[in-house]
Design a protein around this ligand. Structure first.
Ligand SMILES: [Zn+2]
Length: 425
């Protein structure tokens, strides 16, 4: 694959030319051969260091590249060295001398911000001078469900509170077919691109414990030993940016608690289909949110949750086809902490082991995640986390670190029984 870029006034455009091997390797490579970034106020797109342009190109093309990626511009030796960590790909660059870019010393940090509960919780525990960077998804006819209204409103409310919100539009998700982010960190590419002009030292993500430490899936993993962390921490460092995960030690339960307690928490919305303060109440995000909020306010399960289980195709599919269910532990926490729902919900409680497993640790912060927080504001964030949700105790840390949830015969039996109760509902 070859990649080029050009800047035209308010736009920065990347063009890609896949070769035959790329298309053979990845059927998901769409018809689109370019992606762009655009400022919303029509101002000229700021200058970006060549190494950071290369990191952005890498974040959006890596899954589609078969064996070689050719950049149509020169980069520094430091960036070239860093790319060696991706051993399956041969990287080539145009010749030319480029000085590496070093981390600045402004005390200003960015957050890749989506408007959802997790990134709002991350913002709540970062210094007040931190700047959210929101990626506005370009509209196309092929995308009908996504609605940016709620996220826009969330940005507007935060800026009224004094936050400097940066919004950059991009269409990189159309590179994929079906539409989606090429890599989970692609969403931070607008922040990388404006980091130099805004003087950001680091970029933070609202990655939560379930994603970092694997507990949304089958087994706890030590995130800092993972290939994901080693790759991207190294690549961000090579372009003079810190890679920071302030709430990697906070579960989805904890991030919702933070949003519930902290004043900025009410300016978030998980659902990306409904309007502001009017979620669709049909999607998987709405289901999880509605159920978890009921558990955190100690009320009974709402009729909305029950009806989503019975009649939302999307919710049913996620409950039945995903083995285990994504974030199953959070669902176990929720269903253990609320009453009611009738036979269908009792059967779901049984499937997710709500009454059997220990999920109390999800309310607190996992202190071993401190190294994942940028050193410049680590102490600040730790004290915020302690103040808002407190640290896990030793027993809770044990319960987290021994997390396992495999799909075995017993689970299949429980699933069959859930399916049959659901079909009668
Ligand atoms: Zn929804």
């Amino acid at each position: 694959m070859q990649v080029f870029f050009e800047k035209i006034r308010e736009k920065l455009i990347f063009k890609i030319i896949p070769d035959k091997n790329d298309k053979d390797r990845n059927q998901k490579l769409g018809e689109h051969s370019q992606f762009m970034y655009r400022t919303l106020d029509g101002s000229e797109f700021p200058d970006v260091h060549p190494d950071r342009l290369a990191l952005v190109a890498l974040l959006n093309t890596l899954p589609f590249v078969s064996d070689s990626l050719n950049f149509g511009w020169p980069v520094s030796d430091r960036f070239k060295q860093a790319t060696k960590i991706v051993s399956r790909i041969d990287f080539t660059f145009i010749d030319g001398k480029v000085e590496p870019i070093h981390r600045c010393d402004t005390g200003r940090h960015a957050l890749s911000f989506s408007g959802g509960a997790d990134s709002t919780a991350a913002l709540a525990v970062m210094p007040h001078s931190s700047e959210p960077v929101f990626m506005l998804r370009s509209k196309r006819k092929s995308r009908t469900l996504y609605d940016s209204h709620a996220a826009h409103e969330s940005c507007r409310q935060l800026s009224k509170l004094g936050f400097n919100i940066n919004i950059i539009e991009s269409d990189f998700e159309y590179l994929r077919d079906p539409i989606g982010f090429p890599t989970d960190l692609s969403v931070s590419t607008p922040a990388i691109l404006i980091a130099e002009s805004r003087g950001f030292e680091s970029i933070a993500f609202g990655t939560i414990l379930e994603s970092a430490y694997g507990t949304s899936g089958e087994k706890f993993r030590e995130y800092s030993n993972s290939s994901h962390y080693r790759l991207w921490n190294r690549m961000f460092e090579s372009v003079g940016l810190g890679y920071s995960l302030p709430i990697a030690g906070v579960s989805e339960v904890g991030s919702s608690l933070i949003c519930k307690i902290h004043p900025i928490g009410r300016f978030h919305q998980s659902c990306i289909r409904g309007k502001w303060e009017d979620p669709c109440n049909k999607c998987w995000k709405c289901f999880r949110k509605e159920t978890l909020m009921a558990a955190l306010t100690n009320t009974r399960l709402s009729p909305i949750s029950v009806s989503m289980i019975k009649s939302s195709k999307e919710v049913k599919r996620r409950l039945i086809d995903d083995k285990p269910i994504k974030h199953e532990g959070v669902l176990a926490f929720s269903l253990n902490n609320i009453q009611g729902g009738g036979p269908v919900v009792d059967s779901l409680r049984n499937l997710v082991r709500a009454k059997e497993i220990d999920t109390d640790w999800m309310r607190h912060w996992y202190p071993k995640s401190l190294d994942l927080i940028d050193h410049d504001y680590r102490d600040f964030t730790i004290s915020k986390l302690n103040e808002l949700i407190g640290e896990m105790n030793m027993d809770q840390i044990d319960a987290l670190e021994s997390w396992e949830n495999h799909n075995h015969e017993e689970r299949e039996k429980r699933l069959d029984s859930f399916k049959s109760v659901l079909s009668l509902a």
